[in-house]
Design a protein around this ligand. Structure first.
Ligand SMILES: O=C(O)c1ccccc1N[C@@H]1O[C@H](COP(=O)(O)O)[C@@H](O)[C@H]1O
Length: 242
């Protein structure tokens, strides 16, 4: 039986609040209140995963480290933690929250030797976020180019990276539907599982992503659509359950 698509509701934290951005651009925030309340809402609705992002750490505008640790610590579900994890200290703090895995973004572009080391040391606990415009990777809060998607993917594959979280920046926060072509292309280029991020707007989008599970799409991050109440998390979980 084919594996079902995992759903990862997102809680992105900026200035202590749960927010959604459009195209990941600073200044486009819509605020949705307490990150802990948002996370508990998704947990109560049956989520198995939480995608938790410290946006200030990703943008370099401070951090929400204590709050993120509080949220992660309050969860009974699996937590994927992102944002500003770029060196030994930030990685240790992230792993100390008890999260199931971390996503490295900028570090995979700027300090590849360190990333190779932590992949070797921590294995499944490390995922790499491939945040792309076209096929160009972006780092530092998606403000700087960081090389070619497929060259970086080949390098990370050779280093044993366990999985990738692929975000189409052009789709993120827009409710325009995921970039299925990009996901197919990435799945064709790697045998590692891929978590899809960006653009989910409807239950049909989730069904379309579930159709990519046999190609290697393991999960989907859902953000704006849940906060905008395009559908409920219960409906989403039901839509991908078969
Ligand atoms: O999720 C966002 O909307 C987002 C927007 C702008 C920058 C980063 C964003 N999220 C995630 O943050 C990490 C990258 O952080 P870093 O580069 O390692 O500090 C990555 O998972 C992004 O998808």
């Amino acid at each position: 039986m084919a594996q079902k698509l995992e759903l990862l509701p997102a809680v992105d934290v900026r200035g202590g609040r749960a927010v959604r951005l459009v195209h990941g651009e600073s200044g486009t925030e819509t605020s949705y209140g307490s990150p802990l309340e948002a996370a508990l809402t998704w947990q109560r609705a049956g989520a198995e995963w939480l995608h938790l992002v410290d946006l200030d750490a990703a943008f370099g505008t401070g951090d929400n480290r204590e709050l993120v640790a509080e949220v992660a610590g309050a969860m009974d579900l699996k937590v994927e933690l992102s944002g500003g994890i770029r060196d030994d200290a930030s990685l240790a703090a992230a792993l100390a929250t008890g999260c199931t895995r971390v996503n490295l973004g900028t570090a995979a572009l700027e300090t590849p030797e360190w990333v190779a080391e932590v992949i070797a040391e921590h294995g499944e606990k490390i995922a790499v976020g491939l945040d792309v415009r076209g096929t160009t990777l972006r780092g530092r809060g998606w403000t700087r180019d960081g090389g070619d998607l497929y060259e970086t993917l080949a390098r990370l594959d050779s280093e044993g990276c366990a999985r990738y979280v692929v975000t189409d920046i052009a789709k993120d926060g827009t409710l325009q539907g995921p970039n299925l072509g990009l996901l197919r292309d990435v799945c064709a280029a790697t045998d590692r599982p891929v978590v899809a991020s960006g653009g989910v707007s409807s239950l049909d989008d989730l069904r379309a992503l579930a159709g990519l599970v046999p190609l290697g799409v393991e999960g989907a991050i859902v953000g704006k659509a849940l906060y905008a109440e395009a559908f409920t998390l219960e409906e989403a979980l039901e839509a991908v359950s078969r």
